[in-house]
Design a protein around this ligand. Structure first.
Ligand SMILES: *Cc1c(COP(=O)(O)O)cnc(C)c1O
Ligand SMILES: [Zn+2]
Length: 406
């Protein structure tokens, strides 16, 4: 392995006030309280990086090595995440009258959700910066990804999750050696305990958007969509949005690709899909606001998008406004219906969040916001098998030595 710096990372910049920070030391939020974004030498990237370079690269998100923040190869912690398939959905496409409909399937990444992308890059960079212990609140999926990648990195992790977080995610955290705690409350309550503990023990705060690098992992979904479509961007990208890291990342990726000249000036319309039981961004978008309001008593089976207010909500809304996108909610019954439709039509067992995005596209097609001729990419952010209790099905018995009646 080479010890040369592979990354074109230059510094961190506040997403709100523009203040610059060094990327050579551990950073959390800006002084002003808003998230920091990683910036690269894109001039140099434009000169030195050619698309052809990618042909020989490994089939993981690390193929975009120069535009990721980890300087040295020896610090890369990877389980082979990224380069998930862009699956064409012909049957659903016909039913919904959308000519080109694709699901980008994040269900097959390590840990079963796209959270692995953020964890791979976030943990690698934390390791590079000398972090020994990280702590975070989680609804489940992020915790399992970060604790497993921390284990691989030999780093300590402390995870706090609501007691109703899925059992499987608790097991993943505890089994990988993370100090795991349950709380009788919401993720926001877990967040307070994390903050108290970090103030006392000086751990690294790996809460969503309080560290600048998970977004860099998640932005690779945007790079991949463009690469897999041969650098023609789709007309529409639909993203199931909780804290919004993924959609902020995709927006950032599109802007970076535009700056280095790998895509043209056309931007896909970015669509926020939320569950009716937790739709702060949809409400804000409908009112034309720049920020969301805390969504009281949020509840949905799609626990990955149960985030009453995200720290980066204003960037999510900017992405939607600037790309002339939209924000749409669907209820839990529609989400379950979506899971059935996608399993039956496409042979994919998607997570409720992915089904939420598909059903949001269906609504937008019905209202003619999405046109028949549009190419549409739906993000399925995780595997249905991580939600064993989301859907009840009735299955009949047969007699031993009997014969099935059809
Ligand atoms: C976390 C999560 C989301 C939402 O993630 P953000 O990018 O933070 O909005 C969507 N789907 C699943 C399965 C998740 O775990
Ligand atoms: Zn700032």
């Amino acid at each position: 392995m080479s010890d040369k710096n592979k990354s074109f990372l230059t510094h961190l910049e506040c997403s709100k006030c523009g203040e610059r920070y060094s990327a050579d030391i551990v950073q959390q939020l800006c002084e002003c309280g808003k998230p920091l974004l990683a910036r690269y030498d894109l001039e140099r990237a434009k000169k030195e990086l050619k698309k052809d370079l990618l042909i020989e690269r490994e089939n993981t998100l690390w193929r975009y090595r120069e535009l990721l923040p980890v300087l040295k190869d020896e610090n890369v912690i990877s389980l082979g995440e990224g380069m998930t398939p862009l699956v064409k959905c012909d049957k659903t496409s016909k039913e919904m009258k959308i000519n080109k409909l694709y699901i980008k399937d994040e269900g097959i990444v390590p840990t079963g959700t796209f959270k692995a992308r953020g964890a791979a890059v976030g943990v690698s960079k934390a390791k590079e910066l000398g972090v020994e212990t990280l702590a975070m609140p989680t609804n489940g999926n992020a915790g399992s990804a970060w604790s497993l990648y921390s284990a691989r990195a030999g780093m300590n992790s402390v995870i706090i999750m609501p007691e109703d977080a899925p059992k499987i995610t608790r097991t993943e955290c505890a089994l990988s050696g993370s100090k795991t705690y349950l709380i009788d409350g919401l993720i926001s309550d877990a967040g307070k305990v994390v903050k108290n503990s970090i103030d006392k023990y000086k751990w690294f705060d790996a809460s969503t958007l309080k560290e600048p690098y998970r977004i860099e992992g998640k932005k690779t979904m945007g790079y991949e969509i463009c690469e897999q479509m041969n650098w023609e961007v789709p007309d529409v990208i639909v993203y199931p949005t909780g804290g919004g890291v993924g959609i902020i990342g995709i927006y950032k990726a599109l802007n970076e690709l535009r700056e280095i000249g790998w895509i043209g000036s056309k931007m896909p319309k970015l669509i926020v899909a939320q569950a009716e039981g937790c739709k702060p961004i949809v409400d804000a978008w409908e009112k034309g606001l720049d920020e969301s309001e805390f969504y009281e008593n949020s509840k949905t089976i799609a626990f990955g998008i149960n985030v009453p207010k995200g720290l980066g909500d204003f960037i999510v809304l900017e992405a939607v406004y600037k790309t002339e996108g939209a924000a749409v909610s669907v209820n839990d019954d529609e989400i379950l219906e979506g899971m059935k439709i996608i399993a039956k039509n496409e042979g994919m067992f998607v997570c409720p969040e992915g089904a939420c995005a598909m059903m949001a596209a269906k609504k937008l097609r019905e209202s003619n916001f999405i046109k028949e001729t549009d190419s549409v990419v739906i993000l399925n952010t995780g595997a249905g098998i991580k939600y064993p209790n989301a859907i009840e099905v009735e299955i009949p018995y047969v007699e031993k030595d009997g014969i099935v009646s059809i």
